[in-house]
Design a protein. Structure first.
Lengths: 111, 115
């Protein structure tokens, strides 16, 4: 059983705050690490897919880093806005074909 | 244009019935998946097809049978529905295998309620 853990489970920040979450995964048999954004009543949408140790990806105010040797990835949101409120999922690929999802970090951004 | 579509969106049925959920993607992807969102909101892989060939079959009761008539479709048939089958089922697709760096595109989900 693969352990993909995310912390914190939930987070409540004020508009303008910067925040970050952690995804921990097995450090062996690494193929890829995905991040998805999941708004309530919608479907998960891909943010980033990272495959190389040391990868850093950025999309607007959101960025992610990857350390495959120690088995973690960080997702950063700079200057949080209410529209960033969602659940952020990471998913680990320990084989070419299968993703194992974490339980997510639920972010709420208030004015 | 909807990239990954599922029908129906809601399905309410009695215990013991047989039902199907359909999934279609118009992205030209080779790989398709079925996930179950459990009561803790956790996404669990059930099945995956690559080029119409079954490549992932997790520990799922035999009552669940996927069928891929072509690369654009992956349907899920469930026999003898049980109360514990109540969940949201998500279909997804990716250009090729997700572990090869391909993001997944998810359908809107089908909320199944078994009474």
């Amino acid at each position: 059983i693969l352990n993909v853990e995310q912390s914190p489970q939930s987070l409540h920040v004020q508009e303008g705050d910067s925040t970050n979450f952690t995804c921990s995964f097995p450090s062996s048999n690494f193929y890829a690490l995905h991040w998805y954004r999941w708004e309530t009543a919608k479907s998960p949408e891909a943010l980033f897919v990272m495959t190389l140790n040391g990868d850093e990806k950025k999309k607007g105010r959101i960025s992610a880093t990857l350390n495959t040797k120690e088995g973690y990835s960080y997702l950063y949101i700079k200057g949080s806005q209410p529209e960033d409120s969602a659940t952020y999922l990471c998913a680990f690929a320990g084989t070419a074909s299968k993703l194992t999802f974490g339980t997510g970090t639920r972010l709420q951004v208030t004015l | 244009d909807t990239a990954v579509s599922q029908t129906p969106k809601y399905l309410v049925t009695q215990m013991g019935n047989d039902k199907s959920i359909k999934c279609e993607q118009n992205l030209g992807h080779d790989t398709m998946y079925w996930y179950k969102q459990d009561s803790k909101k956790f996404l669990k892989i059930m099945f995956s097809y690559n080029n119409k060939e079954l490549i992932i079959n997790e520990t799922v009761p035999n009552r669940f049978s996927p069928k891929s008539p072509d690369k654009a479709h992956l349907n899920l048939h469930i026999n003898s529905l049980e109360l514990g089958d109540s969940a949201v089922y998500f279909c997804a697709s990716s250009p090729t295998l997700a572990g090869m760096g391909n993001e997944q595109f998810f359908g809107p989900g089908t909320r199944l309620t078994v009474l």
